[in-house]
Design a protein around this ligand. Sequence first.
Ligand SMILES: [Mg+2]
Length: 264
Amino acid sequence: MSPSLALLVFTDLDGTLLDHGSYRWDAARPALTALARIGAGVVLASSKTAAEMAPLRDRLGLGDWPAIVENGGGVLPPGTGGELPANTHQTVRARLSGLPAGFVGFSDLSVADLAELTGLSTDVAGLAKQRRFTEPGIWTGAEADLPDFLNAAEQAGLGATRGGRFLTLSLGQTKAGRMQEVIDRTRPLHSIALGDAPNDVEMLQAADHGVIVQNPHGPRVPPLPGEATGRIRRTTRPGPAGWNRAVLDLLQELTLIGDPQGDG
Ligand SMILES: [Mg+2]
């Protein structure tokens, strides 16, 4: 990562770089190849643990770049496997133990129970249980008791984010916060962020260029102020196909690659 890094791309995984249903990324290969050719970096950012992220990052050929794991809970450094030492997870668990009952975390469940709850294979559920920073789980108490739990969590210094059916407790770090740390460290000339869901909005707004990748299966990202100025755009195609088009268009607009329709 030299001081003259031209471009750093931050991307969500599920529904963004990875197809919502098949988890494939073939359709994004032309853009990934173009990025590699100009020496641009790609930083994966998702709710996955380091143990889940490391093999995926290798398969994508992105092992030279950091990856943001556990929704910003931590960063997997470049070139490392998924074996990160335990970090803030122990603190989160200790604080959780003092809160009103009703929250059942991934750490409370067996691999088999977690696989059943999430629909993950038992192999992947095992990797998802290797928490280093945050504790996702489900609220099993009465819905009316949840506000008290959330208040107590806040008093204990825990951040709680709800994405889909899981409630994740953390020490408050976010994907956008980690993205800013990586940008401060690597100082790219340009940054692009891509995401498909409301929990990606902060990241999309913090980048020089934001891309909302269409996901017909998930909650829609509300209109963002940057869309009026063109700083944030939406793809017409979902998942990796939309990712590919948006990144190739931006590479051309930023004159980082030539016009593929032209002579050069
Ligand atoms: Mg997503």
